[in-house]
Design a binder for this molecule. Sequence first.
Ligand SMILES: C[S@@+](CC[C@H](N)C(=O)[O-])C[C@H]1O[C@@H](n2cnc3c(N)ncnc32)[C@H](O)[C@@H]1O
Length: 324
Amino acid sequence: MITPPRGPFAVGDQVQLTDPKGRKHRLVLSPGKSFHTHRGALAHDDLIGKPEGSLVTSADGTPYLAFRPLLADYALAMERGAAVVYPKDAAQIVGLADIFPGAHVVEAGAGSGALSCWLLRAVGESGRLTSFERRPDFAEIAAGNVQRYFGGLHPAWRLVVGELDQAGITDADRVVLDMLSPWDYVPAAAAMLRPGGVLCCYVATTTQLARTVTAAREHGSFAEPAAWETLQRGWHVDGLAVRPEHRMVGHTGFLVTARRLADGVVAPPRRRRPSKGAEAAAAAAAAAAAPHTAGAADAAAGRRHPAGDDAAGTGGIAGAGRGE
Ligand SMILES: C[S@@+](CC[C@H](N)C(=O)[O-])C[C@H]1O[C@@H](n2cnc3c(N)ncnc32)[C@H](O)[C@@H]1O
């Protein structure tokens, strides 16, 4: 059974040392070896056999706390080919794309394998993760990172070196896309997913977000997509000095999820209050088609027609600019 190592530190374990300033150092335990810091050497043998959470001291007397790295630590410190999914987003993907033990998940691209580790942990040995990666060099890095994390081959993992395609898959519970153009793969995802399955896309920019949501809507096989981002702000808590940290993990990416409809089902149209921007864009398109009409000229100039406001029922400011 694949479970993260527990119990006293053993030869071959990864250990994360934290110094008094909070700086982290990583080592793999090997008998007779020393770990060198600018504060003197530290013998691996001092750690082997000790429980996690022990304190070890370097030659100059600096104390280091020793733990095995958590997956969030591992994913940020491991070798990188492509940029990895940040832990805050991986947690959202596992939770809100509803990755469950035993699920069949398809992922592209595997990149450095960070998200693959999170997904494999979530599906477990009874599940399946099929990861596509089109760059052989990145696939090699992903394979190494995943194997190092699990201490060997994970029985639920299949890494396919190549472009994402349906590859005969028709029973996926979840499809997770972290790539430049997920909108190009919405049809393939729809073909792979079971009814009720979840498509989850992680994109970095608003333009990618808009194209992805539009592609999912226009494809017709998905219920209304949800889109969001998370900002993670740490807090400094020290006596009466309790305030947000000055630095935060702000923008990393946006997430989009959409549920696969049953075959042949057409989702009832969503009633949205037309937003200023959407109205202007639609009318500008109309203006391009029929430039001689008054309303179209207004729209092309970015003005909103009063009747349109009433019809939209936005009530002025409250509905403006919200895009829904
Ligand atoms: C941002 S990285 C993924 C990082 C990965 N999720 C992680 O956490 O380590 C995007 C990857 O998608 C791969 N990719 C892009 N388009 C692809 C496609 N159509 N099929 C397979 N892989 C693709 C790229 O080569 C790149 O390695």
